[in-house]
Write a protein that binds this ligand. Structure first.
Ligand SMILES: Cc1cc2nc3c(=O)[nH]c(=O)nc-3n(C[C@H](O)[C@H](O)[C@H](O)COP(=O)(O)O)c2cc1C
Length: 259
């Protein structure tokens, strides 16, 4: 087992990009992806264990909360959590902290990937994709330095009770939005949407794309479609697409990425 393990969920690449930047700086690190059930859950041999994930509707994405309960970490390990968000970190970190106590945590804002809600540059502080990426890389460097030095956060994690109420309603909102997904005539039947969906919600037969009712609203299908052919109803038709420029669909689908 590597000295460091980072569990990472990423819908559209921001979190995976940050996980890779931190892993590169730390060295001797496995990134275990959590888009599906993680390939490794017993990491009691690791000295440092981290969690990097986006805030979705005030909390953890899709199945991540359930998967985290299966992860076994040594009581002596240094643990850290990074929440990526557009504006506010939500309750995700405190949810992880309740299962696996975190010694260090940070929240980093990046472009907003929830395309049916906001344009991608509507992050706090407001900035475009290039500037946001440069800022994320700078912060990844600083976080990696802290992690390497086993820095402990002084600020206590808040329980984020308002976000808890928001997140309780989220699965229904996400599912309902998912029911408005449609591919238009620009679709070239490449199957990218089915490949990038972490919820197995898109069936691609080679001649048709069929959206199911299990959408978690990660927006990856809309953001990665090379033809910009997928929309949530009409809301997203004129909205500019965004996914992290450094992260491909194949990158997202890796089970373990080693550094
Ligand atoms: C479905 C969905 C819900 C989101 N909810 C929130 C939220 O409640 N608060 C927030 O600040 N950002 C929210 N965001 C923005 C993401 O947390 C942010 O864009 C993150 O960088 C995405 O990371 P990823 O590219 O690794 O998936 C949401 C994004 C999506 C797709």
């Amino acid at each position: 087992m590597k000295e460091n393990v980072i569990f990472c969920y990423s819908g559209t690449g921001n979190c995976l990009d940050m996980a890779r930047n931190i892993a590169k700086k730390l060295g001797d690190t496995d990134i275990v992806m959590m888009r599906k059930y993680p390939a490794v859950t017993d990491v009691r041999g690791a000295k440092r264990v981290g969690f990097i994930f986006p805030c979705y509707g005030g909390g953890l994405p899709g199945h991540v909360e359930r998967y985290i309960r299966d992860i076994k970490v040594s009581p002596d390990a240094y643990t850290f959590g990074i929440a990526q968000c557009a504006a506010y970190k939500g309750e995700g970190l405190s949810k992880i902290n309740a299962v696996i106590p975190l010694k260090y945590w940070a929240a980093v804002s990046h472009q907003c990937t929830c395309i049916w809600l906001f344009p991608h540059d509507l992050m706090m502080p407001k900035m475009g994709a290039v500037e946001a990426q440069a800022r994320s890389e700078y912060l990844a460097d600083r976080i990696a330095e802290d992690v390497r030095n086993n820095v402990v956060s002084r600020k206590k994690l808040s329980k984020a009770l308002l976000n808890r109420a928001e997140h309780a309603a989220w699965p229904q909102i996400a599912r309902k939005q998912g029911l408005t997904l449609k591919a238009n005539d620009n679709c070239i039947m490449c199957g990218t949407c089915a490949k990038v969906c972490p919820a197995d919600n898109i069936k691609y037969t080679g001649r048709a794309v069929v959206f199911g009712d299990k959408c978690i609203s990660c927006c990856a299908c809309v953001q990665y479609c090379p033809q910009e052919a997928i929309n949530f109803g009409k809301i997203t038709e004129k909205r500019e697409r965004y996914h992290n420029a450094n992260v491909t669909v194949d990158d997202l689908n890796q089970e373990i990425i080693s550094f």
